[in-house]
Design a protein. Structure first.
Length: 220
């Protein structure tokens, strides 16, 4: 079965979250390098990244703090300057190759609005966990992806930086997967034996057009 559609995760796949997490360290009033070190430790232990906030402020509620930041004029945000440099070229090449493209990740409604402003005309669909009422790694999220994409699950390549949230649940839903090595999860998860379950492993999104073409040629 050939790949006809590519669906991208957001954080550390399309968007470099360095600045975003830096602003969270500032909001918590802790040095950025201290926050990042604790963040990496939590991920390496296989824990939920949100536990990082609890270390510095027990009882921290991410939803409430997002609202407080918004009220204070310091909302979570990202823009063109936060996109990884390979994003635009990769999307253009994949589109030229005739592939159906989408962006789908665990994001807020506000983030979805930003994504739609950044990628108008570049992809066929943008969906978020808040839009769908289902969040990764729940199978329901990937079922929503499969419902929205005009292809069979086996024809969909889901691209992400995490094994737990992206590769393994997408594969369970019957999709092909690409694990990209960047961001905290990408570098930590590369050594996990489960990484071998990814259909392809990449260091740049610009590798995808050729890899998909090779995969499809072999499938035919």
């Amino acid at each position: 079965m050939t790949i006809t559609a590519v669906v991208f995760d957001v954080g550390e796949c399309l968007v470099d979250e360095t600045r975003e997490y830096g602003t969270w360290a500032d909001w918590l009033g802790v040095p950025r390098h201290t926050f990042v070190a604790q963040f990496g430790a939590v991920i390496a232990q296989g824990r939920d990244y949100r536990e990082t906030f609890q270390v510095f402020r027990p009882g921290f509620d991410l939803y409430e703090e997002r609202e407080r930041r918004l009220a204070a004029g310091q909302p979570e945000t990202f823009g063109e300057e936060d996109l990884y440099p390979d994003v635009r070229p990769a999307l253009a090449d994949l589109r030229a190759a005739g592939l159906w493209l989408a962006i789908a990740g665990n994001q807020t409604v506000r983030a979805g609005t930003i994504l739609r402003s950044l990628f108008t005309g570049d992809v066929d669909l943008i969906g978020t966990s808040d839009d769908w009422g289902a969040a990764k790694p729940d199978l329901a999220f990937f079922e929503r992806v499969a419902e929205a994409v005009p292809a069979e699950p086996g024809q969909i390549l889901y691209v992400g930086d995490r094994l737990d949230n992206d590769v393994l649940p997408a594969a369970k839903a019957g999709m092909r997967t690409a694990l990209i090595r960047r961001g905290p999860w990408g570098w930590i998860h590369q050594h996990d034996p489960a990484a071998e379950q990814a259909t392809v492993r990449i260091d740049s999104l610009t590798e995808l057009p050729e890899l998909i073409a090779e995969f499809n040629a072999a499938a035919n």
